[in-house]
Design a protein around this ligand. Structure first.
Ligand code: UDP
Ligand code: MG
Length: 324
């Protein structure tokens, strides 16, 4: 059966501890689906090595030799999770009818994969993996995630709450996503913009079974900031509101000063001067930093740097061989 080729894209950054188990579990899922004739026997796992400094690539190469369904891409350096996902999809889309993206640490329940495939077979182009509880997350991560989703909603960005980058996309949905040429990637915000019929599959998120999180606070904050500034111009509106309020306050101050002068009171200049200097300085700084953020975005967009450089990959070759 050559229809319904599924490719599972798995970004990996220093994941040598989890890879053996990941290959085994995802391999079993893939084989099960092939046996049930839900997907083509040509379906593959595609590991994207995102510049790992450990033995991740050696392991991927080893498994590529051992199992016909394992393939890999090796980045020339670390380009980040989102770029790794995009690279996997770009390489796989030509040969795949559907693509599932999942983290290497299998925190996302792999038993949701057959459910996603079922939804695809029912005719859905986009199937979101949505976690039904956040019990395994730390209190801090849970609170910050909640705050982030509500902030994004207020800023008018359409996100599917509690869904990360665990999802299925059909070939045409993937092609739609790849047509977005922006450099600042925030895939979970971009996917809903692609459109098509979508469904949700619920699962419980587990704890990472080995290794450490590759998303420290600094990376998380950067990612959240990218999400806001790539999708919303609300901060610019904020400057406008701040400006209007400031003008209003200064008008009230002016009236007050004129009344005080007419009444012949001594103007207590120092405190009001100090307050206004600090107030204006603060407002200006905030405004400049917000504008700067957007200028930064424009800067990186106009440079049109390549998102990644692939050093080597085995997916295309294996697919070409299996076509012979
Ligand atoms: N990852 C990546 N490049 C990076 C950071 C992470 O490819 O620069 C991968 C990582 O190997 C994993 C996935 O992205 O497969 C999610 O990372 P992690 O599980 O550490 O994030 P968390 O679940 O803690 O948010
Ligand atoms: Mg994880």
């Amino acid at each position: 059966m050559q229809d319904n080729i599924l490719t599972i894209v798995i970004p990996c950054f220093n994941e040598q501890e989890v890879l053996p188990e990941t290959v085994k579990e995802l391999g079993n899922i893939l084989k099960g689906l092939i046996q049930q004739e839900k997907i083509s026997s040509n379906s593959k796992l595609l590991f994207v090595n995102d510049g790992s400094r450990d033995r991740t690539w050696q392991l991927i190469s080893k498994y590529t030799g051992e199992y016909s369904y394992v393939t890999g891409i090796k980045f020339s350096r670390n380009y980040g999770h989102q770029n790794a996902l995009l690279a996997g999809m770009t390489v796989a889309v030509k040969y795949s009818d559907m693509i599932i993206t999942i983290d290497a640490d299998l925190q996302d329940d792999v038993t949701a994969i057959p459910k996603m495939v079922d939804k695809y077979l029912e005719g859905y182009d986009v199937v979101y993996g949505v976690r039904n509880s956040r019990e395994t997350d730390t209190f801090f991560k849970r609170r910050t995630a909640l705050a982030f989703y509500s902030l994004m909603r207020k800023l008018g960005v359409n996100l599917v709450p509690d869904s990360a980058d665990y999802r299925l996309l059909s070939k045409r949905a993937t092609e739609g996503l790849l047509a977005f040429k922006e450099r600042n990637l925030f895939l979970r915000g971009m996917v809903p913009l692609v459109g098509y019929k979508s469904a949700k599959v619920y699962y419980a998120r587990k704890e990472r079974f080995a290794g450490k999180s590759k998303y420290p606070i600094s990376k998380m904050l950067h990612f959240a900031l990218d999400g806001v500034t790539s999708f919303s111009i609300a901060p610019i509106h904020l400057i406008l509101y701040l400006g209007l309020i400031t003008v209003l306050i200064s008008i009230i101050c002016m009236i007050y000063t004129i009344i005080e002068k007419c009444l012949g009171h001594v103007v207590s200049g120092w405190s009001s001067l100090m307050i206004s200097i600090w107030l204006l300085g603060g407002i200006q700084l905030i405004s400049i930093s917000v504008i700067g953020e957007y200028i930064g975005k424009i800067f990186s967009e106009v440079k049109r740097r390549p998102r990644y450089t692939i050093e080597s990959e085995t997916f295309t070759q294996k697919m070409a061989n299996s076509e012979l």
